[in-house]
Design a protein around this ligand. Structure first.
Ligand code: SF4
Length: 291
């Protein structure tokens, strides 16, 4: 496989073959994100290169590949003319393939017709990772997410109607000190409305040289304290009511790795968070946190 720059994938795709069918992120404006700033010119890779990489992986790995993650930052943006041959090749080359997934923005989903989404599902794309980060529209504007909470609800509804599974990712601290409470409550409400199959919370890190870092230097953004970030997590877990979502905070950015199903395990998870807030449950040390 040939890769350009740094690669990112969700923790649950650690064992996936990564196909870099796009380079960068077609949006690339979120104030906190530096993942693709080394690739400012978003582009779809030539289809022939993606197919060559898949053919090579098929020869080398074939039956060992059970998952394919299509990178980079919002690969769903590709049109059907690119997706169809890629999905066809994956099914043909990897006989034990269980899932194909990618990151997607609300804009990417809403730009596709219902028929397109159904076609992608029929061809094997099965899981979209969407990161609204917040359900608070003021926070979404401030982090330049490019979509509202309502956009995310509609995108989730249309993706689920097409048979796609959804993983929704929220970002503790995204509202800063100023909108911490609204961010936590709004995110729980959005998680409920999106009703994803998987839910994840990450913790914001202010990365140097991002627009958010500039705002922080000018005193226009302040990250909540660790206790307040845990408070956001507590509110989120306590108030989110998806039908039945696998919930994880196993991303390296988090202070408290948790897992369970929501809402079924809500009381148990809230107890653990309360234990952490009381100092009885150890937190991940700062030096072991990552982006
Ligand atoms: S959509 Fe995702 S990858 Fe693109 S800038 Fe925002 S957070 Fe970064």
């Amino acid at each position: 496989m040939r890769y350009v720059g740094k690669l990112y994938r969700p923790p649950s795709e650690a064992d996936a073959l990564i196909l870099q069918a796009t380079i960068g992120c077609s949006w690339n404006h979120c104030t906190y994100c530096d993942m693709y700033r080394d690739k400012p010119d978003f582009r779809v890779r030539p289809l022939a290169e993606s197919l060559e990489d898949l053919a090579h992986a098929g020869r080398e790995l074939g039956p060992a590949v059970e998952k394919v993650f299509v990178a980079d930052g919002d690969a769903l943006v590709m049109d059907l003319a690119h997706w169809e041959p890629i999905l066809d090749a994956c099914r043909r080359l990897f006989p034990n393939l269980r899932r194909i997934s990618c990151y997607a923005t609300a804009v990417n989903v809403l730009a596709k017709s219902d028929a397109d989404l159904r076609r992608l599902r029929e061809l094997g794309l099965s899981l979209l990772y969407m990161g609204p980060e917040s359900g608070d529209d003021a926070t979404l504007r401030r982090i330049a997410k490019g979509s509202t909470a309502a956009d995310h609800v509609e995108a989730a509804r249309r993706a689920r109607a097409a048979g796609l599974e959804l993983s929704a990712i929220f970002l503790l601290g995204a509202g800063g000190v100023e909108r911490s409470a609204e961010h936590a409550r709004g995110s729980a409400a959005l998680a409920t409305a999106m009703d994803p199959h998987y839910l994840a919370a990450l913790t914001l890190t202010v990365v140097p040289a991002t627009p958010l870092a500039t705002l922080a230097e000018r005193g226009k953004f302040a990250l909540p304290s660790v206790a307040d970030l845990l408070g956001e997590l507590r509110t989120f877990v306590d108030e989110a009511r998806p039908t039945d979502a696998l919930f994880r905070t196993n991303h390296a950015s988090n202070y408290l790795p948790l897992g369970g199903r929501l809402p079924r395990d809500r009381a148990r998870i809230v107890d653990v968070i309360d234990g952490a807030l009381a100092g009885a449950v150890p937190l991940r040390p700062e030096h072991r946190r990552g982006l």
